[in-house]
Ligand binder design. Structure first.
Ligand code: PGA
Length: 241
């Protein structure tokens, strides 16, 4: 299982160091894959202070390699520090207007450089209430993965209404969405698509992680708020399926 933490715009350098001082001790025995995604300036420190078995990832990347792209970061700049890149998070889609087409370019650039990519997909509350969940998921997957030569890909199902709200999706919603995502990936990539691991994200915390991780087609979790606290994140990371 992959237990991934998305720190979003949180933690200074000192806070990053303090986090790993405590977190490393708490997860030294876990068999799960653990990933922490700090914001860009804290990535090198995270790589330095985290246990070697903890993977470090970025929360975004730009698709061009270099040039006049003020404020952007390229895949090769991340390569020395990171193993994973999260793309298409709903913060990027909704607060920074990232389209499926833009995300697709980023996925291709990251895959070309052999990164593990976690592609986030998920519907808003309005879309769910108007029975558009499946069509939104299908469109996000199809467009974001168009023309992609499959390498190391994970999908994170993150219903927008469950992110940062404290209200996780129900068992039934998660089972339904993950099964639909698996079907769509199989349509897109055949047998290989069936093997792509699918994470759930949206208000995962120590109290609900066990149940969520036990559901069919749930191969891990993407944790926001609870990943900022070393004790809470370790409790999630130490769960056994
Ligand atoms: P949350 O965030 O766990 O705070 O709901 C999840 C995410 O955005 O990845």
């Amino acid at each position: 299982m992959l237990i991934a933490g998305n720190w979003k715009l949180n933690k200074t350098l000192k806070e990053t160091k303090d986090f790993f001082k405590e977190f490393n001790k708490l997860v030294s025995k876990t068999q799960n894959m653990i990933l922490v995604c700090p914001s860009f300036p804290c990535i090198p420190a995270a790589r330095e202070y985290a246990l070697k078995k903890i993977f470090i990832g970025a929360q975004n990347v730009f698709f061009e390699e270099k040039g006049e792209f003020t404020g952007e970061v390229s895949v090769s700049q991340l390569k020395s520090f990171c193993d994973f890149i999260v793309l298409g998070h709903s913060d990027r889609r909704n607060k920074f207007s990232e389209s499926n087409e833009l995300i697709n370019k980023k996925v291709k650039a990251a895959m070309k450089s052999n990164f593990n990519v976690i592609l986030c997909v998920g519907e808003t509350l309005n879309e769910r209430n108007s029975s558009k969940t499946n069509s939104v998921l299908e469109e996000q997957l199809t467009k974001s993965l168009s023309g992609v030569a499959l390498k190391k890909l994970f999908i994170a199902y993150e219903p927008v209404w469950a992110i940062g709200t404290g209200k996780n999706a129900s068992k039934e919603d998660i089972i339904q969405a993950h099964s639909f995502i698996k079907q769509t990936l199989t349509k897109l990539f055949g047998e290989k698509g069936k093997k792509i691991q699918i994470l759930y994200g949206g208000s995962v915390k120590p109290e609900n992680a066990k149940e969520i991780l036990s559901l069919p087609n749930v191969d891990g979790v993407l944790v926001g708020g609870a990943s900022l606290d070393p004790k809470k994140f370790a409790e999630i990371a130490n769960h056994k399926k």
